[in-house]
Design a protein around this ligand. Sequence first.
Ligand SMILES: [Zn+2]
Length: 320
Amino acid sequence: MLVTKKLKLIFIFFLSSFLLSCQNNSKLEQIEFGSHEYFLNEFGGIYENSILQNYITSIGKLISNSMQLNEHDLNFYVLNSPSLNIFSANKKNIYITRGIIILCNNESELAGLLAHQLGHVKANHDPTHKKSYISWNKGISKYTETKNKEDSINAPLKIRLPYYNHFQENEANKISIDALNKISFSFNDYMEINKSVKKLLKYKSSLYSWKNMKYDVENVHPSSMKDLKKLFNKFEGKRQKNPIKGRYYFLKKIDGTIFGNLNENKIVVKSPKKNESFNDFTLRNGITKKKSKELFMILNGLTQKEFTSKKKLKIIEEKN
Ligand SMILES: [Zn+2]
């Protein structure tokens, strides 16, 4: 009798394990890792903004034409995530987050990011995959009830992402330098956006007491600043022509883009008044705290001395 009971229990255990694994498998089957759905699911879906979307596609196509990638039938997607990343899937879909787009300060920086990613496509690179941290927490809205809302909203998320090795990075950079030269952008601005990413992540880490680890684009594209400088000096440093920056046009396109995790803040492009000082401009726009001033500087790639030379600046404004 006792033996039958034991057998029954064992049977129930195996049956429930089997059913559970079936359920997990069907979940996995629904969203295949590395598929279009996977990235949309992990990164907040598509950022619905046709002006920005068309702009990214046009710059992307310009670069892919200069790389002669026409046969790839590429798609460019803006992801609704404040994390700072660019990656691709199936050498066909290119994904860029709104977070890294608004961190750029001109068209040349944006072109640098897209050219680097398209360099991987051109070189036919297959990334490996590993679990990496990204600097946002999906699915949290301002209505979410948690004990410590602020911490939960800003805790980094660990997900599987494509990952390139140093050899692939180097190759993609060389291809991108060549393509950027052809359309008069400079690889120097790719280095600039990489510096801004590091600064913003350091800022976020200090704000939310994150551990010292790599996030976002550094996980997918592990080039060091030293590697980038070396390549720049070797392949582009001696170029004579004046490269395009495209700051004015770029800022026009990103005006009104959502900033951060929550939907109540957006990037607004504003001009300082004639002879307006740094302090007056920041005060007029509600940038009063030390931390918000720091963020303002990072977003605009500014030092206080450079302030007067910038005709238009990005500020974060509460959305109505
Ligand atoms: Zn890369």
